[in-house]
Write a protein that binds this ligand. Structure first.
Ligand SMILES: C[S@@+](CC[C@H](N)C(=O)[O-])C[C@H]1O[C@@H](n2cnc3c(N)ncnc32)[C@H](O)[C@@H]1O
Length: 204
């Protein structure tokens, strides 16, 4: 909720849910951050969560976000890294089904030019672009089947399962087992690490 006297601009390619918010001081814009920029040098804070990891032109998107910051403004990036995404099942076959499904997801992303390991690279990307006062932390949730995180993973895999099978790195039976694990409240797994990096644009 924007504080009185503060202006918040919420940017996304898909603004359907943001439009429904109708909050004072909140402006919703449909904009592709890979190709367009908000007003240069205008914002005290630019924040994204789990956005750059989906953008092939991630470097350009980052440049556009930095350009929108006022000198001395802060950039807060929260981006996942798939490195920790593993099953804690007792049955090795279950762990294997999850590992192979995740491996297929990783391969699909890598071959499309996206980086599912982006999280760990975020501090380096900020340093290379001249940002200062970088602080970083990472959190990996341990979650279980049926949780919101598990449902999100299951929806993603259900949507792209044909593409995953085409990689030949996972079988139909293993994908089905993965989906069953994501629905099983007794199955625990470690989720992606969410890396949070905060840094300052020089000047100001
Ligand atoms: C995984 S969702 C994260 C949503 C939200 N930030 C959160 O943490 O719950 C990724 C979001 O990035 C948006 N997105 C992807 N590419 C984009 C682009 N080039 N420009 C602007 N938004 C983009 C998608 O529309 C989607 O809403």
């Amino acid at each position: 909720m924007p504080r009185p006297g503060r202006r918040v601009v919420a940017i996304d390619l898909e603004t359907r849910y943001l439009e429904a918010l109708d909050l004072p001081n909140l402006e919703v814009r449909c904009l592709d951050i890979a190709t367009e920029t908000a007003e240069p040098s205008s914002f005290d804070l630019v924040h994204t969560r789990a956005v750059l990891v989906h953008i092939l032109e991630c470097a350009q998107a980052l440049r556009n976000m930095i350009s929108a910051l006022k000198p001395g403004g802060w950039l807060l990036l929260e981006e996942p890294d798939v490195v920790s995404l593993t099953s804690a099942a007792s049955d090795p076959a279950d762990r294997d089904s999850m590992a192979k499904t995740i491996d297929a997801i990783v391969q699909v992303h890598l071959s499309a030019g996206a980086d599912p390991y982006l999280g760990k690279r975020v501090p380096t990307l900020l340093r290379e672009r001249g940002l200062t006062e970088i602080t970083v932390e990472g959190t990996a949730l341990v979650s279980h089947g049926g949780s919101a995180h598990a449902q999100c993973l299951a929806l993603t895999v259900t949507k792209i399962q044909d593409i995953l099978l085409e990689t030949s790195r996972v079988s139909r039976a293993e994908v089905d087992r993965f989906l069953a694990l994501m629905d099983d409240p007794d199955h625990w797994f470690m989720d992606c690490v969410m890396v949070r990096a905060c840094a300052r644009k020089p000047g100001g």
